[in-house]
Design a protein around this ligand. Sequence first.
Ligand SMILES: [Zn+2]
Length: 329
Amino acid sequence: MSELHKFVFQGQPVRGMIVRLTDAWREVLRRRAANSATGAYPIPVQTMLGEMLAAATLMQGNIKFDGALVLQIFGDGPVPVAVAEVSPDLGVRGAATVNGPVPADGDLGTLVNMNGHGRCAITLDPKTRHPGQQPYQGVVPLADAGHVKFTRVSEMLAHYMRQSEQLDTCLVLAANADLAAGLLIQRLPGQGTHNLSGSLVNRDDDELGELDDAFQRIALMATSLKQEELLTLDVDTILRRLFWQEALQRFEPLEGAQGPHFACSCSRERVARMILGLGQAEAADILAERGEIEVTCEFCVAQYRFDPVDAAQVFTDASRLAPSGSTPR
Ligand SMILES: [Zn+2]
């Protein structure tokens, strides 16, 4: 069962989380392997996507926000796109596109940032949007200020949180075919600061100094966690080994129905909107060529088929629903 554990260090301005995606992650991989058009992920892509999903779950667990958290990498290597998405109730889904050969020892740099043009976007997409409201988006570079390419998802995201959110963060991520897991340690935001909402941080130097000491000590212990340990040890053992000297306050783990689980938000209605977006002429071209419009969801491999009658219905419904003079969306 997939699980998300939250804890705080008593008396210290530091909090932490551990996620273990087991069944949810295996379902992502099982569906991908069942897609005859793509087949299973090469191992390095599987590792990257698993780490992205673990990280996205930690980030969603870290904020109070009623909407999806989407971590997207747009690459310039053999993986042009990788997406990890987590809904507020911890429904997770993820997918990556693989174009061309993947080196057996491929890392973040070689998979998505070969020529230094790769980038990552973190999007908070509210469930209900006001008219004209854009989702919040932060862009994450795939190299540090000295142009040194990140080789791991954890380095990239910790760098992003330090730069954009002003939150000192320590991340350890790991994934194999059975488990995608992550440990996040973060300095608690002080008064008037917000996570992921881009507000200014306003604190004096003394206070920052004290916060730093506690955080640095705890972060040092956290980074001593090896990926192999994260993949093989249970949460109790990890916390005991790393933080036996600290007073930890743990919260009820989110697991089972409340925990992370595989979920896909695709629907026939969404595919219909996509066909509408193509426009009538292009839809007609596809129908003339193939006899139907077939769309396979890249996340859950659900297949949606629209024959000429279904497709005509999509455009008829849209013209009926849209107020005169406006363009159907
Ligand atoms: Zn789907």
